[in-house]
Design a protein around this ligand. Structure first.
Ligand SMILES: [Fe+2]
Length: 220
């Protein structure tokens, strides 16, 4: 036979659970909506021809052995809707210039040769928690722009958002027309993220986190 103590304990546990779910329901019903991530221009350099390798590791192209030049960054985050629910099976695309400021786009007839070891573009399908992950380089400036990484989020063939993220504290930000064009301070802060040393990395790798909130999405 169970001791009264265990029974009481169990009751208390169940009561706590019930309370927890009630609290969750209330929170759900009256939840403040998350602020949507601000949409920003796609710019001229979304790849006009996708690279042969479009995985989430931009540091290594196919089975190359030479890594891209740049500060290796583990870039991750979650794709959420305005209620805070995870968007799974969303395609997250990123593109950015290489360590010399050159895009893989054929129209970027740059001043400098492109880093052939930098993939320049990558894709990731979010998991059930809406999470994505890329290994890339910390973005660098190129003439006319402060460092940034372009993002596009798609689901079911529909584009949900095109935006960019920036390096927090970079002196080029205030002079950047597109960054400055985000007038709402909170919207601007939400796309201006920390690139911090990755704990335990002996080779100076960085981590960065960029959560993205999109509008309503089709159920899938
Ligand atoms: Fe750009």
């Amino acid at each position: 036979m169970q001791s009264p103590f265990v029974l009481t304990d169990r009751r208390r546990f169940l009561a706590t659970l019930a309370l927890g779910s009630a609290a969750l329901t209330v929170r759900g019903a009256f939840a403040e909506q998350l602020a949507r991530t601000v949409a920003q221009t796609e710019g001229p350099f979304y790849p006009d021809r996708l690279p042969l390798d479009t995985d989430n590791d931009l540091i290594v192209v196919n089975d190359g052995i030479t890594p891209a030049v740049g500060e290796i960054t583990h870039l991750s985050g979650r794709i959420l809707d305005e209620t805070g629910a995870a968007i799974r099976n969303a395609v997250v695309e990123i593109w950015q210039c290489d360590g010399e400021g050159v895009y893989i786009h054929s129209g970027d007839v740059s001043r400098k040769p492109r880093d052939r070891n930098f993939q320049g573009f990558g894709r990731f399908l979010t998991d059930s928690s809406g999470a994505y992950y890329f290994r890339t380089i910390k973005p660098v400036a190129y003439p006319g722009r402060t460092p940034h990484i372009h993002f596009k989020v798609k689901k079911g063939g529909r584009e949900l958002l095109t935006t960019q993220c920036y390096v927090k504290g970079h002196p080029g930000n205030p002079g950047d027309e597109i960054w400055r064009g985000i007038h709402d301070q909170r919207e601007r802060d939400a796309v201006t993220i920390d690139f911090a040393p990755a704990s335990g990395s002996a080779i100076g790798e960085l981590t960065a986190r960029f959560d993205i909130v999109v509008g309503r999405t089709p159920v899938a």
